[in-house]
Design a binder for this molecule. Sequence first.
Ligand code: GLA
Length: 464
Amino acid sequence: MNLGPDGTWTPEEMKRAQALAAVLRERSSAPLLAARAPGRVNLIGEHTDYSNLPVLPAAIDRSTVVVAARRRDGVVSATNINSWFTARAFELRNQIAPFEAGDWGNYIKAAAQGLVTYSRALGRRTNLKGIDLIVDGQVPVAAGLSSSAALTVALTLAMAAVNEIETQQLELAQLAARSERYVGTMAGGMDQAASVLGRRDHALFIEFDPLRALPVRIATDAVLVVADSLERADKSGKLRAEYNRRVVECAVAARLIGKALGFSNIRVLGDVVRLNPARSSDEWIAVLDDCVNTTVDGLEEAARLLEVSPSGLRADLFGSGANRDAIEHPARLKIRERARHVFREMARVHCAIAALRRGDLETIGELMNESHLSLALDFEVSTERLNRMVACARSAGGLGARLTGAGFGGSILALCRPSKVAEVIEALDKGFYARIGVFDPRAVRGVFRASSGASVIELSEGSA
Ligand code: GLA
């Protein structure tokens, strides 16, 4: 079982677990487990993970806590202390059909389906055991802070523990990332890796294929101010189609570069970079400009340029499985700008890590500002609100500010010296929140601290 050290639980999280346990004990006499998983904020490296290029996030001190008890049958039954999310139940099967798109229950099904598939791949013959679950999520929802990854990771940990399935941390991060794609977003693995591997007061330099993570200490004079635009960045809504379009655009860019250079095994931009890791991002951009059109008229046109069948390309890009039909097939694809962002962002991640190691916060701030501009202009995932917020934070003395997460709403992250935090927060309150009619924004902005990653513990009878 994946028992994390008890020290990773804050007293406040233990209290939440005990409150959930008291409720669950009324329904179940089985021994109880509790899992916690944090959300994440991304310092830099946005929209690079699904190209298998590096990111620099940190797990945050806002978490999801789940308390669980084994059942005798094969039913998964979940309640949420937030009454907005109504109770959900379903039976464990080899193929679990999703609820309607947008239903929170799909994250429970995602974790369950992921674990069913995983345990079958391990060769386990016995069916997974059903589970009673109760959830307390304190990661702001649809705010770009990975509440969905926190939920998926916590559920995966709880279900794995109930079924006595051992997972190492890296394996768990990858499993949860695969599982979450069940909801129809073709996301990379940053969020789940940050949630699993987080370290107190550290950012994580995460690389993919193979997944690995190196904690990098965040200097004590670097304060992370996070502020929610209150524009819902909901992965099951509009964001999903726009997000998936970016994934496809980057994958098509990679394949077009690969083809022009004579390589048939290139799938994502990370494969391109690995052809010659010594090349700088500017050199890759020159290659890109040489061999790839600015836009491609759609997937048919992409297939024609790549000399592959359109159906083959579709299957290759979108895969198959539950909810896949919910992915909107993109029409016109923007290729050059998207790939340009990814190459430059990759370079910024490397510079930011070096700067973080030497405590050079000014440079990190500048890189964050550049990242935001690139996300706004080349990647087109910022919004008017996010732009206004980063402007407020910078004008009040923030070292740098950028949207964090997928964009299309959600939150900004401002990096500040301790002496500037109050001013930056005041600038956001007056220059942004008051203007959108939020006069008490304390619950939607504040200082976040890098926290430790997910873990599961047994709750003894006496602890509730
Ligand atoms: C979402 C996805 C991540 C990542 C970011 C953008 O959070 O879940 O995998 O792609 O967007 O960097």
